[in-house]
Design a binder for this molecule. Structure first.
Ligand code: NAP
Length: 285
C-alpha cells in the first residue's frame, strides 16, 4: 500500500482564505479587524522563524499585527506588565507569547497571566480545563490542526484506536482530549512507555509529537493507518523532517502527513481561526 498524502499546506491555504473572507465581511460591517499581539522574547532562531511566519500570515488575512520583540534580558515583571496592558487593549483580541521563554522566566505564570478570552494558543488553564470538560472554548492550535487533517480523510473515527507519542501540554495531552471527544480509544505514550513499536502497531490513528528525527519506523505501523507527524527536526544537512521515517511509513500507512507541508501550516491557520473567534466573542460579532 502507498499512503495518500495529507496536504496540510493546501488545507491551511483553504482555511486562511475562508478566514480572510470572514474578516473582510466583518470590516465591511464596520467592526474593527481582529488584532493579534505576538510577543517574542530573546533570540531563539526557530522561534524567530515561527514568529515571522505568524506575523506575515496575520497581516495577509487582514488582521492587525502587534509586534513585541523583547530582549532575552527582560524581567518577568516587565513581561507581565506588557501582557496586563495587552489584556485591556481593545484593539488586541489575541495574545500569543512564543515559547520557549528564557529559563529565568516562569512560563506557567506568563501563560496564566493572559486573559483566557484572548488566549489564542489555548494553553491557559481555563481553556485547557474547558477541553478536559468536553466544553472547548479556545483550543490549542496544533491539536486542532491535526484533528482537521484527520477528519478530512473522511474516515469514521468512532471506536478507532488512536495512539499519541508525546504528552506535552502543547501537543500530546490536548491531542488526546480531542481524539477522546471524537470517540476514539486513546493511548498516550512517552519516554517511559514500554515496547513502543508494539503499541504503534495497534494504532488506527498515529500522532507522533516527540521531537526525535525519523524515530518511528515504517515497519511498526499498522497497514492502512492514518499517520500524523507533528515533529519538526533538522537533519544533519539542515532539512526539516518529522518524527516518522516518511519513506518507509508511506508504504504501510493509508494516509500520512509530510514534513514540511503537513501539520506546521495548519498550526498557523488554527491560530488565525482562534484570533477571529476571540474577536467575534469579545466584540459580540
Ligand atoms: P516536548 O515537550 O519535548 O515533548 C516531547 C514528548 O515526546 C514528551 O512527552 C516525551 O516523553 C516524548 N518522547 C521523547 N522521546 C521519546 C521516546 N523515545 N519514546 C516515547 N516518547 C518520547 O515536545 P513538544 O513541544 O510536544 O513537541 C514535539 C515535537 O513537535 C517537536 O519536534 C516540536 O518541534 C514539534 N511541534 C511542531 C508543531 C507544528 O506546528 N508542526 C507544533 C508544536 C510542536 P516524556 O514526557 O516522558 O519526556
Amino acid at each position: 500500500m502507498t499512503a495518500r498524502i495529507i496536504d496540510g499546506k493546501a488545507r491551511a491555504e483553504r482555511a486562511t482564505a475562508e478566514i480572510k473572507v470572514q474578516i473582510a465581511a466583518r470590516v465591511a460591517a464596520g467592526k474593527p479587524p481582529p488584532g493579534l499581539a505576538v510577543v517574542l522574547v530573546g533570540e531563539h532562531p526557530p522561534s524567530q522563524i515561527y514568529v515571522r511566519n505568524k506575523r506575515r500570515m496575520t497581516q495577509a488575512v487582514g488582521m492587525k499585527s502587534f509586534e513585541f520583540d523583547l530582549p532575552g534580558t527582560v524581567s518577568q515583571h516587565e513581561l507581565l506588565t506588557l501582557i496586563g496592558r495587552l489584556n485591556t487593549d481593545t484593539e488586541v483580541h489575541g495574545i500569543l507569547v512564543q515559547l520557549p521563554l528564557p529559563k529565568e522566566i516562569d512560563a506557567d505564570v506568563v501563560t496564566e497571566s493572559i486573559d483566557p478570552a484572548k488566549d489564542v494558543d489555548g494553553l491557559h488553564p481555563y481553556n485547557m480545563g474547558r477541553l478536559v470538560l468536553k466544553r472547548p472554548a479556545l483550543r490549542p492550535c496544533t491539536p486542532e490542526g491535526c484533528m482537521t487533517l484527520i477528519r478530512d480523510t473522511g474516515e469514521n473515527l468512532v471506536g478507532k484506536h488512536a495512539v499519541i507519542i508525546g504528552q506535552s501540554n502543547i501537543v500530546g495531552r490536548p491531542m488526546a482530549l480531542e481524539l477522546l471527544m471524537a470517540r476514539c480509544t486513546v493511548t498516550i505514550c512517552h519516554s517511559a512507555t514500554r515496547d513502543l513499536p508494539a503499541i504503534v502497531g495497534t494504532a488506527d490513528i498515529l500522532v507522533a509529537a516527540m521531537g526525535r528525527l525519523a524515530f518511528v519506523q515504517g515497519a511498526w505501523i499498522k497497514p492502512g493507518a492514518i499517520v500524523i507527524d507533528v515533529g519538526t527536526n533538522r537533519t544533519p544537512e539542515g532539512k526539516l523532517r518529522g518524527d516518522i521515517d516518511f519513506e518507509t511509513a508511506r508504504e504501510r500507512a493509508g494516509w500520512i502527513t509530510p514534513v514540511p507541508g503537513g501539520v506546521g501550516p495548519m498550526t498557523i491557520a488554527m491560530l488565525l481561526a482562534n484570533t477571529l473567534r476571540a474577536a467575534q466573542a469579545i466584540d459580540g460579532a
